[in-house]
Design a protein around this ligand. Structure first.
Ligand code: B12
Length: 289
């Protein structure tokens, strides 16, 4: 192994972890200059430092040195801070290490037992990071698609762990509006509504308006939760809400709207339409705070 190869490998994994030289230096107790020297191939770390770097980048020493296989135990450990776990999950997503991803989330779930926290504080920021890397051309569309599918499976797995069997009187229907393809957030909302006691029906996206009306008539939901990520979909959102509000028998339904695309839409004229951008706010709204 040449020093240059080690240096370029170090740089590669540092970038995958989305941290700069200074942040890595702080994590392992070195100066930024030392990291810069490693990366440019001027110096090699001691074995002790090598292990520290590998641990903080959540890879094995073998991987750091450019040899394949064998991961160190840290990736399965439960002792991650929130930020470390977000970095680690982003890293596993980009390296397409689904096994490590699943283990990391399962361990964290076992330890914290708080699905809302995992949804909002871990998975959401990890996906926002993926979005930034994609927007800046640092990862490909294929990397983004693979990441989304892996995370989608995790969200489904978490949701299934929490489904309760008891009878639930009140129904909630959740979906992304019309051609909105972003569905992970609303899937989390549907899962959370289930946890807080609703018979939650998740409809995905692209549901035609007549079908939505038909299912509302049949299931009589207390809540209709709608998600919009792209601002260009705000008009469709307004149209669908107007349609629902025109039907007298639907007047008791609370319509919750959220997602990154909700910006300057004004629903103050419409009855029982609530802008609740985040799931944490939904918790408060449900309690009547
Ligand atoms: C994965 C992804 C995709 C996937 C979506 C697959 C899927 N099944 O969801 C695919 C590949 C389909 C996609 C397509 C596109 N995407 Co996209 N995508 C993303 C990415 C990377 C992650 C989305 C995600 O899952 N986030 C995590 C979830 C959990 O977050 P969330 O949706 O915000 O939800 C949270 C809260 O908002 C809230 N919430 C959401 N809804 C609701 C509703 C209620 C009632 C409540 C209470 C709360 C709530 O709860 C969630 C929990 O925290 C984002 C980056 C980003 N910043 O999100 C870009 C991003 C959203 N996409 C973007 C773009 C531009 C597109 C495309 C236009 C690209 C293109 N040129 O084709 C298309 C549009 C397709 C369409 N018609 O919708 C841009 C949007 C920029 C903008 N501001 O308009 C982003 C921000 C990427 C970027 N940085 O440029 N995308």
């Amino acid at each position: 192994m040449s020093m240059v190869k080690f240096g370029s490998n170090l740089k590669k994994y540092r970038k995958i972890n989305c941290i700069n030289q200074l942040a890595l230096a702080n994590r392992v107790g070195l100066t930024q200059g030392t990291i810069a020297n490693y990366e440019s191939g001027n110096r090699m770390p001691t074995v002790e430092v090598l292990i520290k770097i590998a641990e903080s980048l959540n890879i094995s020493v073998d991987e750091l040195l450019g040899y394949k296989k064998k991961c160190i135990k840290k990736s399965d450990s439960t002792s991650f801070s929130k930020e470390e776990l977000i970095d680690s999950i982003t890293n596993h997503l980009l390296l397409k290490e689904e096994y490590k991803l699943v283990k990391a989330v399962q361990n964290y779930y076992k330890e914290k037992n708080n699905i809302l926290h995992i949804f909002t504080d871990i998975i959401t920021p990890a996906m926002y990071k993926i979005g930034e890397l994609w927007e800046n051309g640092k990862i490909s569309v294929a990397d983004e698609h693979a990441s989304t599918e892996m995370i989608s499976r995790i969200v489904d797995w978490l949701a299934v762990q929490e489904i309760k069997g008891e009878n639930k009187d009140q129904c909630a229907i959740s979906m992304s509006i019309s051609s909105e393809q972003h569905t992970l957030g609303i899937k989390m909302v549907a899962s959370y509504l289930d946890i807080i006691g609703y018979r939650s029906i998740y409809m995905g996206n692209n549901l035609p308006a007549n079908e939505l009306i038909a299912i509302i008539k049949k299931e009589k939901p207390k809540i209709l939760a709608l998600s919009v990520t792209l601002k260009s979909h705000q008009d469709s959102l307004v149209n669908i809400i107007k349609l629902i509000r025109e039907i007298d028998s639907f007047s008791n339904i609370d319509i919750l709207v959220g997602g990154q695309g909700i910006d300057d839409v004004n629903f103050s004229e419409m009855d029982k339409v609530h802008i609740i951008k985040k799931i944490e706010e939904l918790k408060k709204w449900n309690r009547g705070d």
